[in-house]
Design a protein around this ligand. Sequence first.
Ligand code: FAD
Length: 332
Amino acid sequence: MPRLDQPLLVLVTHVQAPAGYELTPASAQVLALARSLTSGPVDAVSLVDAPDAQALAAHGVRTILLPGLGGRSARPSAVAADAVLACLGADDYGALLLVSTYRGREIASRLAALTEAGAVVDAAGVEVVDSGLRVSKTALAGSWTTSLSITRGTPIIAVRSGAFEDEPAPAATAPSVVPVDVAFSPEADAIQVVSSVGAAGSGDGRPALADASTVVVGGRGTDGDFGIVEELADALSGAVGATRVASDEGWVPRSIQIGQTGLSVSPNLYVGLGVSGAIHHTVGMQSSAHIVAVCDDPDAPIFEIADFGVVGDLFDVVPQALEEIRRIRSGQ
Ligand SMILES: Cc1cc2nc3c(=O)[nH]c(=O)nc-3n(C[C@H](O)[C@H](O)[C@H](O)COP(=O)(O)OP(=O)(O)OC[C@H]3O[C@@H](n4cnc5c(N)ncnc54)[C@H](O)[C@@H]3O)c2cc1C
């Protein structure tokens, strides 16, 4: 497989764990992707001041760049973009890769505007073609796959979580940590973070939606009873997601909405409960490896993409599934 010669830069994200910051699985996937694209080194930018050096070493990172935020929160995308921009000057990078979350997409767009470079978000495939990067992503609500070459500036590529395997480097590195001075733009101080409340998945003991290998989603068919969705998610060690109807109704926070105007997820297992499979929803989950649907309407479009479908009332079906999962788990 052809590779670039230039170093690559990855903006990595962390989650707060009891023992300190942990590298997110999605960032680990992007680091593995970066290593596969270059014969040169891979550097990481961290916006937390105590990054997960052990995981970054295991993923073959040469240098951890730590931009100085001057006491600012890294949450506003203008702050993050200025910080990453300063780090892009540390070497002749062949591309910047990051995770395609809401925030990742915002940072990518801002950086593209600041550097006048091409950016692609929601990338599902990246390869080296003719000494450049060729990126693939789905378009028109998933009905087409498009291939794009970035022809201007240092390419900025936001990669879908779950689109690539996380693989540690064959040999761990001993990354050096390099502080980077940042010249902040006036926009960076236009917003000040007064307080922030953890999104679903960051305080409820469940994995974060973007990183979860199992996602259980509740739709209108739950009629607002997300207890059963949470129960199944917990039995499968998964995260809870929702359709827009469920978040519009106020049954769940907007932060767990999946779809065109929500998050994109690519878990190993997606389970939809009382979800019809409208295209605005499926565009955010159809790249899941295995799709299971429980819906009482046999004509619901979700069954067209489901690997396993149950036509029935979720309040009958899910308790039976839970009983069976618990029986298997207990080894009876
Ligand atoms: C511009 C735009 C953007 C949008 N963005 C998004 C987005 O990001 N995410 C998103 O999800 N939607 C989005 N939507 C809305 C989308 O079009 C659908 O309306 C929505 O996804 C439907 O949600 P649902 O499947 O929960 O509800 P419904 O379509 O009403 O489906 C509920 C299903 O549950 C079944 N059901 C009912 N009771 C039970 C039961 N007890 N057991 C089993 N099945 C049962 C019903 O028969 C039905 O098939 C967007 C729409 C627009 C116009």
